[in-house]
Write a protein that binds this ligand. Structure first.
Ligand code: ZN
Ligand code: ZN
Length: 467
C-alpha cells in the first residue's frame, strides 16, 4: 500500500489514491506508520490538503517525515499561512526541522510577504549542520526575492559555494518577478558562462522575467533557443509565459494566433490572454477567450470576474450584469479576497470591509480624504452592486489590501517598508491608490498579488501599470 500510494503521489492520481485509502481502511492497515505517513504525503502532493490534514491528525505518532509531507503540501499547494502555523506547532512539539521543511517554510514566507519571519529563520540557520544545504539557500533566495529584497537574495546567492541549475533559476525568477528583466537575462548569460546548462524550469523563469518586463524580442529568442539549442519541448508553463508576454506588450492578436497554433491549449494560456485583454480594453477578443474558458471548465470564478470587469470598464453595464448572472448560474464561488501584512513578526489578515478596530476605520477615512485631495478619482464603476455613488466609494475603499496598508501605516514607524500580499489580482483603483499613498506618506509599499510584485514608491509602481 505504501508503494502504491507513493506511485499515486508521483503521478498526481488523487482518485486512485482515495480508492486505495478505502482499501487500507478495510484491511485495518491505517494505523501502520509507513502507510499513515504515505497517506499524508499522497494527499499533500495531490493538493488535497484538508484530507492530508485529516490523515495527519489520525497518526498516532507524528514524526518528522509526517510533518515534512504536511508542511511541504501547505507551502506548495495551499494556504501558506498554514505552513507557518504547522511549523510553529512542530517546534513546540519539540521536533527540530530538516532541510526540506526549512526550504518549504522559507518559500511560504516569500509567498505571503513574511520577510521578518523569513529573516528570523535565516538567523537561526547556522545552528543546523544542513544550514548551508542548497535546498535551504534556494529557499532563502526565493523568500527574499518574493519579498522584493533583491539585494539580500543576491547576497545569499553570492555566499553559496556552488550554484546549481535550480539556484540560478531561482535567482533569474527573483529578478523577473521584480520587473528587473534585464538583470534576469544577464543572470542567464552568467550562468552559461559558468558552464551550467539550463533546464525546462530555467526557461520558465527566464520567460517569466521577459513577461514581467515586456521583453518581447528576447522572449521569442529564448523560446527559440530552448527548443533548437537545448532540445527542450515547450510545456504549458512556457506557453503561458509567451501568451502573457505577447498579450501584455499589446500584441494581443499575435498571442491569439500563437494559442490557435498550439495543439492542446490549456485553460491557463487562455486565462493569461483574457487577463491581458483587461489591460487593453479588448472586449471582443476577451469574450472569445471567455467562451473558450467556460467550455474547458465553467467553474472558475476568476474568469467571470475578469470578463465582468472588462465590460464594466467599457461602460457595458448590462453585459457585465449578464456575466455576473452567468457566474451565479454556474454556482461557482468567488474566492474571498484577503490581504496579509506582517507587523512585528505577526501576520494580520484582512478581508473586504473588515475594519477590525475603530482606529483602523478612522485611518481609512483620513487616507481616503487625502487621496481625494490629491485628485485620486475613485472608479465607482468598478463596483457593480446597485447602490448609490457614495456607497460605491465606500465599498471600493474597503478592499482588503487597502485595509492592510492602512493597518501597516498605523502600526509601523515612519520610513518602514510595508509588505502586503493579496490572494487575487488587485484592482486598478487600489493600484492607483497604492501609488498615491506611497507618495503622500513617503513609504515604500511592496505588494504581491497573484499576477506580480508591485513596488510602490514615490507615486510610481515598478510594474509600470502592466499587470
Ligand atoms: Zn481594490
Ligand atoms: Zn504595480
Amino acid at each position: 500500500f505504501a508503494c502504491g500510494l507513493k506511485a499515486c503521489a508521483s503521478v498526481g492520481d488523487l482518485e486512485r489514491g482515495r480508492h486505495m485509502h478505502v482499501n487500507i481502511l478495510d484491511e485495518g492497515l491505517a494505523t501502520d506508520v509507513a502507510v499513515g505517513n504515505m497517506l499524508v504525503d499522497m494527499y499533500s502532493k495531490c493538493g488535497a490538503l484538508s484530507e492530508a490534514r485529516e490523515a495527519f491528525d489520525e497518526l498516532h505518532h507524528k514524526s518528522i517525515v509526517s510533518w515534512t509531507s504536511l508542511i511541504t503540501g501547505y507551502a506548495e499547494n495551499g494556504p501558506c499561512l498554514e505552513a507557518l502555523r504547522c511549523f510553529e506547532q512542530m517546534q513546540s512539539d519539540g521536533l527540530s526541522p530538516n532541510a526540506a521543511i526549512l526550504s518549504s517554510v522559507l518559500r511560504a514566507c516569500g509567498s505571503i510577504g513574511a520577510i521578518h519571519k523569513g529573516r528570523s529563520i535565516h538567523t537561526t540557520l547556522s545552528q543546523y549542520e544542513f544550514g548551508k544545504d542548497p535546498l535551504v539557500s534556494n529557499g532563502l533566495i526565493s523568500m527574499y526575492a518574493n519579498c522584493g529584497s533583491l539585494v539580500q537574495a543576491q547576497e545569499v546567492f553570492d555566499q553559496m559555494e556552488v550554484q546549481d541549475v535550480s539556484t540560478w533559476s531561482t535567482m533569474i525568477k527573483g529578478y523577473g518577478v521584480n520587473h528587473e528583466g534585464e538583470m534576469a537575462v544577464k543572470c542567464f548569460h552568467d550562468m552559461l558562462k559558468q558552464g551550467v546548462s539550463p533546464d525546462a524550469v530555467t526557461f520558465t523563469c527566464l520567460l517569466t522575467a521577459c513577461n514581467h518586463s515586456s521583453l518581447v524580442d528576447e522572449g521569442w529568442a529564448f523560446f527559440k533557443i530552448m527548443r533548437e539549442d537545448y532540445g527542450i519541448v515547450p510545456i504549458v508553463e512556457h506557453d503561458v509565459c509567451m501568451v502573457s508576454l505577447l498579450a501584455k506588450s499589446g500584441h494581443l492578436y499575435e498571442a491569439e494566433m500563437f494559442l490557435e497554433r498550439l495543439c492542446s491549449s490549456s485553460q491557463r494560456t487562455w486565462a493569461a490572454l483574457l487577463g491581458a485583454c483587461k489591460t487593453y480594453g479588448e472586449e471582443q477578443l476577451a469574450f472569445r477567450c471567455f467562451q473558450r474558458l467556460i467550455q474547458i471548465n465553467p467553474n472558475v470564478a476568476a474568469w467571470y470576474v475578469l470578463m465582468k470587469d472588462i465590460y464594466t470598464n467599457a461602460g457595458r453595464h448590462d453585459d457585465a450584469l449578464m456575466i455576473e448572472k452567468l457566474r451565479i448560474q454556474s454556482k461557482t464561488i468567488k474566492k474571498p479576497a484577503s490581504a496579509l501584512i506582517e507587523v512585528d513578526k505577526e501576520l494580520h489578515e484582512f478581508f473586504v470591509s473588515d475594519f477590525q478596530t475603530k482606529e483602523l476605520s478612522l485611518m481609512m477615512r483620513s487616507l481616503n480624504s487625502k487621496l481625494k485631495d490629491e485628485g485620486h478619482l475613485l472608479n465607482v464603476d468598478a463596483v457593480l452592486k446597485p447602490v448609490n455613488d457614495e456607497e460605491k466609494e465606500v465599498a471600493l475603499c474597503e478592499h482588503a489590501e487597502r485595509l492592510a496598508i492602512a493597518f501597516g501605516l498605523l502600526h509601523t514607524p515612519q520610513g518602514h517598508t510595508l509588505h502586503v500580499t493579496k490572494n487575487l489580482r488587485m484592482c486598478n483603483d487600489c493600484h492607483n491608490a497604492g501609488k498615491t499613498i506611497s507618495r503622500i506618506t513617503q513609504r515604500e509599499i511592496i505588494l504581491r498579488d497573484d499576477s506580480c510584485i508591485h513596488h510602490f514608491n514615490d507615486g510610481l509602481c515598478l510594474c509600470k501599470d502592466m499587470f
